[in-house]
Ligand binder design. Sequence first.
Ligand code: CP
Length: 293
Amino acid sequence: MAGEFERHPNSRLLEGKVVATLFFEPSTRTRLSFETAANRLGARVIGFADPKVTSGTKGETLKDTIIMVSNYADVIVMRHYLEGAARYASEVSPVPVINAGDGANQHPSQTMLDLYSIYKTQGTLDNLQIYLVGDLKYGRTVHSLLTAMRHFSPTFHFIAPDELAMPEYWKQYCLDHDISYVEHKDFNEDTIRDADILYMTRVQKERFTDLMEYERVKDRYLLKRSMLQKVKDNMKILHPLPRVNEIEYSIDDDPHAYYFEQARNGLYARQALICDALGITLEEVINCKSFIL
Ligand code: CP
């Protein structure tokens, strides 16, 4: 469905619908791509980018907020700083809730665009060598990517300092679901030479309780252009963004760099997600002849 939206991004499929975007945490890509997705399909958008402007500041609970918004909107897209908030919202909401990131837990809509990006660049999702680098503890995108890729026989390589290693319960998840993984401490041109996907992540400063610890680890893994000498021709560098100090800017025009295209794919993947949440089928998307020019 994302591919169909990439070919035809503008239509009136969602005319008459209202999409609510509730962002209790900062965002650039996720909120704007969801809102663009809704706008390009003819829906209207309500919501907030900053919870300080809501009645949450007066003490209104998340439950009451969600019930109220469901009075106004057909689907809710929500980012929240608490793990499990999206699941909770979905349990109290009469309309579909899409998780746009819940704390350090998951970021499933990011994973849908990651899968689309991997498929577009590799021609398959099967049997890939996927290297996850950086903050594997708090980086919710890598947790969601693990859960999705379990269907496609990947081999994961976890590259992180001890303080930000993949949590034990996610490693147990891999064992339980026959996902192969290898852990590395080194990050150099030899470590990454077999990668199909090199997935860089930002150290999530906002999740640290001890900022001294953040200072110790924040610049540990920087991808330098000189490290790309031995990589596979079709290796692609992904990053959910924002980037802080994980990828040298000189890599941006290298053919291995794919992170900005990856972010653009988010528009098409999120158009598909909103439609799917509203029960719109691929056939309906393909047959929609009502285009916005
Ligand atoms: N990838 C991502 O979630 O980016 P934003 O925080 O800017 O939405």
